[in-house]
Design a protein around this ligand. Structure first.
Ligand SMILES: Nc1ncnc2c1ncn2[C@@H]1O[C@H](COP(=O)(O)OP(=O)(O)OP(=O)(O)O)[C@@H](O)[C@H]1O
Length: 250
């Protein structure tokens, strides 16, 4: 796939849930195109559809209607098995709950996508990348022996090793202190700017969003606004507008 090709395309994606016979509309026509080497943040009030968007865009869940292409491949018409295969090979995840396999070591977890793709991970490369993300000394530990921030770093190391078409991050800094959060965000930006990876991140944090080259705002299941390379203050102001907050002096 060339550098200019879209690695993620959503076209008019709708998603409704059945909440005990009553339909709940979570996405109401979302379209999106991302090229490789981009870092996108998705923000929006609680219940605006961010998690649903991530689940559909990553091929974890299926939209009610509309189209989702990952690396040029339509996922909505695939079998469950084919979707799982595509995810393993082409999609990176930095999700707190589905990051790591507890029985594998840090090094084995980092190399897992390569194993799924049928390659034996190069141990020297694994070591170098784990060192780069600050956990080179923890290669043989189990995930449970690591802090939340260290576990996020393993997930980032995976993205650097396996070179997925697109990596989805769900609140990657939600559980971290300020310094670890900044480290994780720096590593994510570096993966995009230096290594050409593609990241789509859902966050509530305007500081985290300010690391992205574009911030997309969801409200009631639709994109309502976008900001290019905004400051954290600009993001916070836009979020306050969306929530209808009364901000003094504005
Ligand atoms: N499995 C489900 N069954 C029924 N309704 C759901 C389900 N998942 C989400 N919803 C509803 O869909 C809408 C969007 O939810 P979603 O979790 O995508 O929002 P969000 O922006 O991620 O919210 P938050 O910021 O609070 O995590 C909400 O009204 C929610 O109640």
């Amino acid at each position: 796939m060339g550098h200019d090709a879209a690695v993620l395309t959503l076209h008019d994606v709708h998603k409704s849930y059945d909440a005990g016979g009553r339909p709940v509309r979570a996405l109401a026509g979302v379209s999106l195109t991302r090229r490789s080497g981009t870092f996108t943040a998705v923000m929006g009030p609680s219940g605006s559809g961010k998690s649903t968007l991530l689940q559909c865009a990553a091929g974890l869940d299926l939209p009610t209607s509309g189209s989702v292409l990952i690396d040029g491949v339509e996922v909505t018409t695939m079998s469950e098995t084919a979707r799982t295969k595509l995810r393993r090979r082409r999609v990176g995840f930095i999700f707190q709950e589905l990051n790591l396999l507890p029985t594998l070591s840090v090094a084995e977890n980092a190399g897992l996508p390569l194993r799924f793709a049928g390659h034996a991970p190069d141990q020297e490369k694994v070591r170098a990348i784990l060192t780069r993300v600050g956990i080179g000394g923890r290669m043989h530990d189990r995930p449970a022996e690591l802090s939340g921030g260290q576990q996020q770093r393993v997930a980032i190391a995976r993205t650097l090793l396996a070179e997925p078409a697109v990596t989805f991050a769900d609140e990657p800094t939600g559980a971290l202190d300020t310094a670890s959060a900044r480290d994780v965000l720096d590593l994510l930006s570096e993966s995009v700017r230096v290594h050409g990876r593609t990241v789509v991140m859902v966050t509530h944090d305007p500081v985290a969003a300010s690391y992205a080259d574009e911030v997309l705002f969801l409200a009631d299941g639709r994109f309502v606004d976008a900001l290019a390379s905004p400051s954290a203050a600009e993001v916070a102001a836009r979020m306050a507008d969306l929530r209808g907050d009364v901000v003094e002096g504005r």
